[in-house]
Write a protein that binds this ligand. Sequence first.
Ligand code: HEC
Length: 113
Amino acid sequence: MTINRIKIFATLALVLPVLALMISYRTTPVSAVTLTVSDPAEVFKAKCAMCHSPKAEKLYNPALPQEEQIEAILKGKKGEKPPNMPAFEPKGMTADDAKALVEYMQGLRKPAS
Ligand code: HEC
């Protein structure tokens, strides 16, 4: 190995981790902060299933009017006992996102009812 080669390897060893850090720094905050419902199933699993169960069997009445359910998602809702339904509008959820989630939850409940 010549001196030049060693220099090139040393430079790469320093530059590559920095590049990798820069790339991950630029991409992670974007996906972590924005809450857009491209896939209601993913959002439900990540943000809702811990309270409503993976099949939306808990704390959820699919027969409520859709507007009321959308309102509950956007503004929150008090349950009979804590934990209450959190408001998702302050986290960036839109009415369209909420509607997609309501339809997803109603779909989960359909085979059973
Ligand atoms: C911390 C627990 C918790 C989380 C997380 C949560 N919910 Fe709820 N949710 C509740 C409670 C409690 C209620 C009120 C149930 C009642 O009326 O007794 C509720 C009510 C609702 C309702 C109204 C229907 C009804 O029967 O009251 C909808 C729709 C709903 N949640 C959707 C969602 C969606 C979508 C998410 C995720 C984006 C979510 N929830 C996350 C606890 C939670």
